[in-house]
Design a protein around this ligand. Structure first.
Ligand code: MF3
Ligand code: CO
Ligand code: CO
Length: 268
């Protein structure tokens, strides 16, 4: 018989690169994904529909970047990016509804270039946002940044997840538990799963060459999720309150981290 060792189940290996050509491929993919977000900034205004934003992103990815929008037809997902407005947590599907003044929308871009994936998202505002909206988004971005600063060989995902949730809770927000970051490389979603909560001193130990995302979803109200839309793709807050998300694709380097999807205006 089998010895009852916890976690004996073989798990697929984490995405981990050693060849410089792979790392260069991931750098290029990450840079392109970040550039799509930068390009979109001027188009996110009151009155624009998320369908229009999706088409702008799609055309830029395909025609300017010579890349592939990974979400399109991914497990049946119908569009080229995710647009998650206000109480939508993630996987919002672009539609014909115009953004209203003060709406907060996460646009999540994943591109494939030469077989390598770059995955990143940020919050945009259609016109000026209310202070409570800005505050949630700022804390969410800060939670991503503090997590990124912990990434290095030997770091444990339980510590990183705990740091994110401690930070959110300190600001009286909640952390979505149903969705997590992930290994990313020549596939969209691989090992390890990167939860945005955790138990210190536990979890996967990071190694040089791993490529993964961190993408906390933080809610103004309660953490509970409800699903709607085609194939239940769209995750919303159960209480109808605001949710925010930021995401970067990361490379674990010999002595720390490289943010592959970093945008020029960002300092971490
Ligand atoms: N980009 C999302 C992530 O960060 C995944 C979107 S899957 C889709 O993991 F099919 F909805 F696009
Ligand atoms: Co992701
Ligand atoms: Co993403």
């Amino acid at each position: 018989g089998r010895v009852d060792v916890p976690n004996w189940t073989p798990r697929p290996a984490a995405t981990r690169f050693t060849d410089i050509s792979d790392i260069e491929g991931m750098r290029t993919a990450g840079k392109l994904a970040g550039e799509v977000l930068t390009m979109l900034e001027e188009y996110v205004v009151p009155g624009v529909t998320t369908d229009q934003l999706d088409i702008i992103a799609h055309n830029y990815i395909v025609s300017v970047q010579g890349a592939i929008p990974a979400p399109l037809n991914y497990h049946g997902f119908p569009k080229s990016c995710c647009t998650s407005v206000n109480d939508v947590i993630c996987h919002g599907i672009p539609n014909e509804k115009p953004l209203k003044k003060g709406d907060a929308v996460n646009i999540d871009i994943t591109i494939i270039k030469d077989g390598y994936y770059g995955d990143t998202s940020k919050m945009f505002f259609a016109g000026p946002a209310a202070p409570h909206v800005e505050r949630l988004c700022k804390v969410t971005q800060e939670s991503l940044y503090l997590a990124i600063k912990m990434v290095k060989p030997g770091a444990r995902l339980g510590d990183i997840g705990a740091a994110i949730s401690d930070y959110a809770h300190k600001h009286h927000y909640s952390v979505v538990e149903e969705y997590c970051g992930h290994g990313v490389g020549t596939t969209f979603h691989g090992e390890p799963q990167v939860a945005h909560y955790g138990k210190p001193g536990t979890g996967v130990i990071l190694e040089e060459g791993m490529t993964l995302t961190i993408e906390p979803m933080i809610n103004a109200g309660k953490k509970q999720v409800k699903h709607t839309g085609p194939d239940n793709w769209i995750a919303k807050t159960k209480d109808g309150r605001l949710s925010a998300q930021y995401e970067h694709t990361l490379l674990v380097t010999a002595d720390g981290v490289e943010v592959l999807t970093l945008r020029p205006e960002e300092t971490i």
